[in-house]
Design a protein around this ligand. Structure first.
Ligand code: SF4
Length: 147
């Protein structure tokens, strides 16, 4: 039987691709992925942004930095690359980092850089949802694995 293929935020696998140069290595995600085929991606790095890079949030549907510069087109480029990759290899599920302006699947920061969360999705999570690919975050996986 073909193994389940999972698209995963690279930072959840321990890759140092976060805006601050760190990662979000997650043991529950590693455990869940055992025996599955993994496609790690960091759409922000794929967009050409460096590590580290200034933080961004989504404000009224646009990706902005703390100075208010609109970086939507730049960040969209990385998302488009991931979606393009999925025309060559299909995935059954995505596990993406919660609350990220790119990867967040249910809530995101509100664009005021005041740690305020609102319901919403990051750019990649929204694009995958539109394609009908189920998107979970690391908290969902922790709940599943701790059952
Ligand atoms: Fe992790 Fe996604 Fe942010 Fe990359 S864009 S660091 S994969 S949350």
């Amino acid at each position: 039987m073909k193994p389940c293929t999972v698209l995963v935020s690279a930072c959840l696998l321990g890759q140092n691709v976060k805006y601050n140069g760190g990662n979000n290595d997650n043991p529950a995600v590693h455990a869940f992925l055992k025996g599955k085929r993994i496609i790690p991606v960091c759409p922000e790095v794929l967009s050409g942004m460096p590590v580290p890079r200034p933080p961004v949030e989504i404000y009224e549907g646009r990706v902005v930095n703390e100075k208010g510069a609109d970086l939507t087109a730049v960040y969209q480029k990385g998302v488009d690359k991931v979606i393009q990759q999925l025309t060559k290899e299909s995935v059954d599920l995505a596990i993406l980092k919660a609350r990220s302006p790119t990867c967040g699947n249910r809530e995101i920061y509100d664009g005021t850089f005041s740690h305020s969360l609102i319901p919403g999705q990051g750019l990649l999570a929204a694009a995958l949802t539109k394609l009908g690919i189920p998107v979970l975050n690391e908290k969902d996986i922790e709940s599943l694995m701790n059952r």
